[in-house]
Ligand binder design. Structure first.
Ligand SMILES: *Cc1c(COP(=O)(O)O)cnc(C)c1O
Length: 362
């Protein structure tokens, strides 16, 4: 079995036993020290100097997205959402759920965000912007500099879901002027699913303290902010994943640190895309994250390809949903994968497409 999914990913053996080897109780000085050490190293990888400003939740990434919406906005804000697919839509759904006033900047499939699209919103009183830096549903990577420039010149708070970009593409939270960065354990960090993280800027921590309305109890930041100073959380965390994280951060360090890690993933995505092209497979021309490559099928059902890879080869790739379900699959480049694994996948795909008589899309 091989997993080419974007998260959970094909695990590294270094994290496999972290769970079993570690003590499971967590209200201890030792666990606090582990948490503080992990978060400090995470801050460095994210490019932020925030102090006591990284919170973590026992929830999937969507929980952290919801937590940011609940805790980071004044009631009367005017919010912009960059919406290029199902994760952009998720921010819209959460904002609507909590009755916030927002405008969805819809990015049509096949296109990307340009400075011209955003400049239409200059000087219109918007106060915050939400973006999924990598719209994982289709593999689209936005240009953070365009967004960062817009937010700086219009004085907006900037909230970035970097869940499927962090640790695959470059990211520099403080340089971009990001006020909250959201990440999740099962994506770039390559850990089990169950933990998500929010890094807050200094000005966002102050803003949170000004917001008097409480919208959610489990995700109330004031309680997490107070607890994290001593390396603790208000509720029981997914202890095992914190231990996995320690091993994973060691692994990244052992490989030379952030830059070689990112270069390794970029190299794998380049390798896969070149080989795929040579074999006649196609991928979209919009800007892609290094984390994954969407493969486009014109004459056969992509969903069928997903199913047959699973059944006949024990290979898992990401299917797509909605309009792209029949047209695209997504192949991840993170996790414990090597060039020979991508060769194996492409050989299997070639064999499937030629031999299996997959039904043409109607
Ligand atoms: C995976 C992902 C999430 C989180 O999804 P969960 O299933 O809640 O972990 C959020 N945003 C993006 C861009 C993602 O890729």
């Amino acid at each position: 079995m091989k997993t080419f999914t974007v998260g959970p990913v094909e695990p590294f053996k270094e994290i496999a036993d972290a769970y079993k080897a570690a003590p499971c109780y967590f209200r201890t000085d030792e666990f606090s020290a582990l948490v503080l050490n992990n978060l400090k190293r995470l801050a460095t990888l994210m490019g932020t100097s925030t102090k006591d400003g990284i919170l973590y939740f026992t929830a999937s990434g969507s929980g952290a997205m919801e937590a940011v919406v609940c805790n980071c906005l004044y009631p009367a804000e005017k919010v912009l959402v960059i919406n290029g697919g199902s994760f952009g839509k998720r921010f819209c759904d959460i904002l609507r759920f909590y009755d916030f006033n927002f405008v969805s900047v819809d990015i049509e499939f096949g296109t990307t965000l340009t400075p011209e699209i955003l400049s239409k919103y200059d000087g219109q009183g918007f106060t915050s912007l939400f973006v999924n830096l990598h719209e994982t549903s289709i593999g689209l990577l936005y240009d953070i500099n365009i967004i960062s420039d817009f937010c700086k010149r219009n004085d907006l708070y900037l909230y970035v879901d970097a869940i499927s970009s962090f640790l695959a593409d470059e990211y520099a939270m403080d340089d971009y002027g990001v006020d909250a960065t959201i990440i999740s354990s099962q994506k770039g960090l390559c850990l089990s699913p169950g933990l998500s993280f929010v890094a807050l800027s200094e000005r966002q921590i102050e803003k949170c303290q000004q917001i008097k309305i409480k919208r959610n109890m489990y995700f109330d930041f004031s309680s997490y902010l107070a607890n994290i100073k001593r390396g603790q959380t208000p509720f029981t965390p997914a202890v095992g994943i914190m231990h996995e994280m320690h091993n994973m951060l060691d692994l990244i360090e052992k490989n030379g640190g952030l830059t070689p890690w990112l270069q390794g993933i970029a190299g794998k995505s380049r390798y896969f895309r070149d080989k795929a092209s040579q074999k006649g497979f196609k991928y979209p021309s919009y800007p892609l994250s290094n984390m994954l490559t969407p493969l486009v099928f014109d004459t056969i059902s992509a969903h069928k390809v997903f199913e047959l890879l699973k059944i006949h080869y024990g290979i898992y790739v990401n299917p797509c949903s909605g309009k792209q379900a029949e047209r695209m699959i997504r192949v991840s480049h993170i996790g414990n994968l090597e060039e020979k694994d991508f060769d194996m996948l492409l050989d299997a795909l070639e064999e499937l497409v030629t031999n299996h008589g997959i039904n043409p899309v109607a």
